[in-house]
Design a protein around this ligand. Structure first.
Ligand SMILES: Nc1ncnc2c1ncn2[C@@H]1O[C@H](COP(=O)(O)OP(=O)(O)OP(=O)(O)O)[C@@H](O)[C@H]1O
Ligand SMILES: [Mg+2]
Length: 246
C-alpha cells in the first residue's frame, strides 16, 4: 500500500512537525520505507533531524531546478529537506501555470520507492499547503487540546473541500489526533470530547500526551524512539503508528 499523507493545520505549534517526524520514524521502525517531506520554510523538520548543510532543498525542486533531493536518515527513513528560501516560493510561483500541481508531479516520480510519504505543512493555508493537499491521498490534522482548538478549523475544511472539487478528488481526512494532552487538566478532557463530537469517526483513539522528551529529542537531532524509547512520547507515537498501520 502506498500512501501520501499531508500533516496540516494552519494553527501554529500544534505538533505537526513533531508528529511528522515521530509517525515517520515509528513506521520506519516497523520495517516500511518512509519519505518525509519538509514543506515548511521554518525548516523545523530538517533541523529536528540535525541536518544543517542543505545544498539542494524542496525549494529548488518546486522551482523546477531539480528533482526532489532525498537524504537518507536511516535504513527505512529518508527526508527531502527545506530551507528558509522556501518563504518566497508562493510569490515566485504566483503566475506559473498549474502551480498547485508542482509537488504532486515531483512526488509521483519517487513515490513507488516508498510505502508512506509524509508531508510536514507550514502553519498557513496558502499555495504551499494547497500543493501538499493536491499531492496527498489523506490529510492528518493534529490538534492541541486547548481552548479554541477547533476555532478556525472551518477554514481548513473549506480548503480541503476546494482541493477535492478542483484538484484532487481522492483526498480524504485520514484522521485527527490530539497532541500535548494533559489528563490532569479538566479543560483538556472537555476539549478531547468536543473534538470527538466534531470529527465523528475520524479521530484516532491515541492521545499524544504532553511529554518533555518529545521537545528534547530534536535538540539531539533524534526522533523519540532513538532518543528515549521508554518515554510516554515514544509509547504514544508507537500507539498512533499502530492505529495508522491497521
Ligand atoms: N506532545 C508534546 N509534548 C511536549 N512538547 C511537545 C509535544 N508536541 C510538540 N511539542 C513541542 O511543542 C512545540 C511545537 O511543536 P511542533 O513544532 O511540532 O508544532 P508545529 O505544528 O509543527 O508548529 P508550526 O506551526 O510552527 O510548524 C515544539 O517545541 C515541540 O517540541
Ligand atoms: Mg512545524
Amino acid at each position: 500500500m502506498k500512501k501520501v499523507i499531508a500533516i496540516s493545520n494552519h494553527k501554529g505549534g500544534v505538533g505537526k512537525t513533531t508528529s511528522t517526524l515521530n509517525i515517520g520514524a515509528g513506521i520506519a521502525l516497523k520495517g516500511r520505507k518512509v519519505l518525509l517531506i519538509d514543506l515548511d520554510p521554518q525548516s523545523n523538520l530538517t533541523q529536528c533531524l540535525g541536518i544543517t548543510d542543505v545544498e539542494k532543498s524542496i525549494y529548488g525542486a518546486l522551482r523546477g531546478d531539480h528533482d526532489l533531493p532525498i537524504i537518507k536518515i536511516s535504513e527505512n527513513l529518508d527526508i527531502v529537506p527545506s530551507t528558509l528560501d522556501l518563504a518566497s516560493i508562493e510569490v515566485e510561483l504566483a503566475s506559473k501555470f498549474a502551480r498547485e500541481l508542482i509537488l504532486k508531479k515531483l512526488v509521483d516520480k519517487v513515490k513507488d520507492r516508498y510505502e508512506y510519504v509524509l508531508i510536514d505543512c507550514p502553519p498557513s493555508l496558502g499555495l504551499i499547503t494547497v500543493n501538499a493537499l493536491t499531492a496527498a491521498d489523506e490529510i492528518f490534522i493534529p490538534l492541541q487540546a486547548q481552548f479554541l482548538a477547533l476555532h478556525g478549523l472551518d477554514k481548513l475544511t473549506d480548503i480541503i473541500a476546494m482541493v477535492k472539487e478542483n484538484l484532487n478528488s481522492g483526498l480524504s481526512i485520514g484522521g485527527v489526533f490530539i497532541t500535548q494532552y494533559d489528563n490532569r487538566k479538566i479543560l483538556n478532557r472537555d476539549i478531547a470530547e468536543s473534538v470527538n463530537k466534531h470529527f465523528k469517526g475520524k479521530i484516532f483513539k491515541t492521545l499524544i500526551r504532553d511529554n518533555v522528551a518529545l521537545a528534547e529529542a530534536p535538540v539531539r537531532g533524534k526522533d523519540i524512539f532513538s532518543y528515549d524509547a521508554k518515554s510516554n512520547g515514544a509509547k504514544d507515537y508507537e500507539s498512533l503508528v499502530s492505529e495508522i498501520l491497521n
